[in-house]
Design a protein around this ligand. Structure first.
Ligand SMILES: Nc1ncnc2c1ncn2[C@@H]1O[C@H](COP(=O)(O)OP(=O)(O)OP(=O)(O)O)[C@@H](O)[C@H]1O
Length: 294
C-alpha cells in the first residue's frame, strides 16, 4: 500500500537552523507523534509536507505524489491545523462551515453538527469573540468534517484546558478508527502522544534521533536501580543515558534495555534492585539532557 507520506534525505536551511537528512515514512492508517523541544524543527517539517515551505534537498511525497509539483492535487486530501491558520474574526463558525462546504465536496454536515455539540460550540457566534480553546476546536471541526485522508496537526492541544483537551483527543481518536486515515501530529504534551500515537518520531536540533513503533520505542527504555560501586566501565554500557550515584545506590536510565542487562551489570559489580518502565516524558527529558541521542 502507498504510504500516506514519505520524506527522503530532506534538508531545509534557515539562517540559524538546519533541518537535515530527514527520512520519514508514515504508513496509511497510522498515527505518528512528533516530539521535540522548542525549535527542534517540528513545524518546519509539517510545513514542508503541506507545501508551505520548499525543501532545499531531498524528496517529499504525499500519497505517492511528489511535492511541490502535486501540491494542488494532494491538498484536498490533507487537513492541516496550526497557528498558521487564520479564521476570519468578523465571521461566525456557521459562515466558515458554509465556506468550506462550498469548496470541499466531501463535507459531512451531519458529522459537523455532531462536532458542534461535542465541542460545545455556538455556530452563530463571531469567532473574534471566542476563546482560544473554542477557536482551536472550530479549526479542528472545519478540518475534520471534510474527512481528509491525512491530518497534519501542529500542536493541536496546546493552550487547551484539560476538559477541552480531552474532547479534542476523543474526537481525534474517533476519526482514527477509520483505517484509511493517517495522522502526523506534533505535541509538547508527551501524554497525548503516548495515548494516541502508533509510532513516535523524535526530532532534536533539526535531525531525527529516533523514529519507530511506540511499543518498541518505550520497551527499550528502563530506569534501573542497583547497589554497588559504579566503575569507569559502566560509562561504556550501550544505551546508557543517565547515571546517578548516591552511595550505595546507583540509578541508570538506558535506551537499550534487554533481558541480559542484570547479568551484564553484575559483571560490573552492580546488583539490580529494581527495573521500571519509563514514561515518554521521562525518556524525552532524559534524551534532551543527554544531548539528544535516543
Ligand atoms: N521562516 C523562517 N525563517 C527563518 N528561520 C525560521 C523560519 N521558520 C522557522 N525558523 C527557525 O527554525 C527553527 C525551527 O523552528 P520550528 O518552528 O520548526 O520548531 P518547532 O520544533 O516547531 O518549535 P516549537 O516547539 O517552539 O513550535 C527555529 O530556530 C526557527 O527560528
Amino acid at each position: 500500500m502507498t504510504a500516506a507520506l514519505s520524506m527522503q534525505g530532506v534538508c531545509k536551511q534557515y539562517e540559524d537552523f538546519r533541518l537535515q537528512d530527514i527520512d520519514l515514512t508514515l504508513p496509511t492508517g497510522q498515527i505518528m507523534g512528533l516530539v521535540g523541544v522548542n525549535g527542534a524543527g517540528k513545524s518546519t517539517l509539517l510545513r514542508l509536507l503541506m507545501g508551505l515551505v520548499r525543501a532545499d534537498r531531498g524528496e517529499v511525497e504525499v500519497f505517492g505524489q511528489r511535492l511541490p509539483e502535486a501540491q494542488v492535487a494532494v491538498k484536498r486530501d490533507i487537513g492541516y491545523a496550526s497557528d498558521d491558520m487564520r479564521l476570519y474574526p468578523g465571521q461566525t463558525l456557521r459562515w466558515h462551515m458554509d465556506f468550506i462546504r462550498g469548496i470541499y465536496p466531501g463535507w459531512d454536515e451531519a458529522y459537523a453538527q455532531d462536532l458542534v455539540k461535542r465541542f460545545d460550540l455556538k455556530p452563530q457566534q463571531k469567532l473574534g469573540g471566542t476563546s482560544h480553546g473554542q477557536r482551536v476546536k472550530a479549526l479542528l471541526l472545519l478540518m475534520l468534517a471534510r474527512h481528509p485522508r491525512l491530518l497534519l496537526l501542529d500542536e493541536p492541544t496546546t493552550g487547551l484546558d484539560p476538559v477541552a483537551r480531552g474532547e479534542v483527543l476523543e474526537a481525534l481518536g474517533y476519526v482514527l478508527r477509520d483505517e484509511e486515515r493517517s495522522v502526523l501530529f506534533s505535541s509538547h504534551n508527551t501524554a497525548d502522544i503516548e495515548q494516541l500515537a502508533d509510532s513516535i518520531t523524535f526530532l532534536h536540533a533539526g535531525r531525527i534521533v529516533a523514529s519507530e513503533d511506540k511499543e518498541t520505542f518505550l520497551d527499550r527504555w528502563r530506569r534501573v536501580v542497583c547497589q554497588g560501586e559504579p566503575g569507569d566501565a559502566l560509562r561504556a554500557l550501550p544505551g546508557l543515558h543517565s547515571l546517578r550515584h548516591s552511595a550505595p545506590i546507583v540509578e541508570l536510565k538506558t535506551g537499550a534495555y534487554n533481558d541480559s542487562l542484570a547479568a551484564t551489570l553484575a559483571t560490573l559489580g552492580l546488583m539490580v534492585t529494581s527495573v521500571e518502565p519509563m514514561s515518554l516524558e521521562d525518556i524525552f527529558v532524559t534524551t534532551v539532557r543527554g544531548g539528544g541521542k535516543a
